[in-house]
Design a protein around this ligand. Structure first.
Ligand SMILES: *Cc1c(COP(=O)(O)O)cnc(C)c1O
Length: 349
């Protein structure tokens, strides 16, 4: 007999990571940055590797201070973690346990239901509206006495749609101010819609807001695992308690600092990816695809029942995307060659 597990384990799915592409193919399944690391970041990584016999600073003090300076916040409001997915987990374990409810849009980031279930809390999924957007009025209406946390994922992974400032302010006005509203902005740097919410603008007026961001996507450090939260000092202190000690390695920490120092160079790459996103959208729409306006580094193809078929046509051409069975396909916007290959197939189906 194997060791007994918590009953909830029978219902928790294993996180599905994006599949790898064959050599010569294109991996558009994990919203990664297609660029190789900057030389200055690689240098910082090499130097940090020389200290791998030592534990990292458990509080990532230098990075916390650099982020606080970058965003003009108090360091007491900044928490660094092993990717923002770890911070999602720290947030839920700080606020919700057995009998509590966590509200999130669906489909959205696949880690939300897993993290909620592991915490022993109950997931409340709010379906996206007909335009693949989050329905924050429905989220507010779903709040009960048991609600402890609401995730707003903007741009929403996998559909790319944003929540507007007006929508999030209305949500914050509608929900009790002891319910944490987590604004997961993993793709913040890719946003160019002026109506989109910027969670950092809300922090001073709403102490129940936490903003999550990451170095994985725009800054190209997915393989190193470093993200951060900016929240009120009390919530930030709680997130430090629920973290696993030493979660951010010396290498990840120093690479993140070097990335902030090289921010303008990195944001030029982001600007190019935004131009490519526009081009992919325009070309697909001109060919008749009805796709929502994505503000992330990916596009959403609402392929419905044709999802598996289209994903396998793409796979045969060496293009690996993320298929959501029966719903649609999320494809990362990458370099021109990969985007051309994707668009060529999708416009010739
Ligand atoms: C990618 C992603 C994250 C987590 O990224 P990390 O690599 O863990 O920093 C968090 N939220 C959303 C919505 C994402 O798409």
């Amino acid at each position: 007999m194997t060791a007994r597990q918590r009953p909830v384990m029978a219902h928790i799915p294993t996180y599905k990571a994006g599949q790898r592409a064959d050599p010569g193919g294109h991996k558009l399944s994990s919203n990664e940055n297609p660029y190789e690391p900057l030389p200055s970041v690689l240098e910082a990584v090499a130097a940090a590797a020389g200290q791998m016999n030592r534990y990292p600073d458990p509080h990532s003090t230098d990075l916390v201070n650099a982020l606080a300076e970058r965003f003009d916040r108090d360091p007491a409001e900044v928490v660094v973690g092993c990717g923002s997915v770890a911070i999602c987990e720290q947030v839920v374990s700080a606020v919700a346990g057995h009998g509590d409810e966590v509200i999130f849009p669906w489909p959205s980031f696949e880690a939300y239901p897993i993290i909620t279930a592991v915490a022993g809390a109950t997931a409340v999924r709010i379906p996206l509206d007909a335009h693949h957007r989050q329905d924050l009025r429905a989220a507010a209406a779903a709040v009960t006495e048991a609600t402890r946390c609401i995730f707003v994922c903007t741009p929403n992974n996998p559909t790319g749609t944003v929540a507007t400032t007006a929508e999030v302010e209305r949500l914050l006005a509608d929900v009790p101010n002891d319910v944490l509203v987590v604004i997961d902005e993993a793709y913040a740097e890719f946003v160019d819609d002026p109506a989109a919410v910027d969670g950092l603008d809300l922090l001073d007026r709403y102490p129940n807001v936490a903003v999550l961001r990451t170095f994985s996507k725009a800054y190209g450090l997915a393989g190193l695992r470093v993200g951060y939260a900016i929240a009120g000092p009390e919530m930030a202190a709680a997130l430090r308690k629920t973290s696993i000690p030493f979660g951010v390695s010396v290498i990840a920490h120093d690479a993140a600092i070097a990335s902030l120092a090289a921010e303008s160079e990195l944001l030029e790459r982001v600007a190019f990816l935004r131009t490519e996103r526009r081009r992919v959208h325009d070309t697909l729409r001109a060919a008749g695809w009805d796709i929502p306006d994505s503000q992330g580094n990916f596009v959403w193809l609402p392929t419905g029942e044709d999802t598996a078929g289209i994903a396998s046509v793409l796979a045969e051409a060496g293009i690996v995307v993320r298929a959501f069975p029966g719903l649609g396909i999320r494809a990362t916007v990458a370099n021109e060659e990969a985007n051309d290959a994707l668009v060529r197939i999708l416009t010739n189906l």
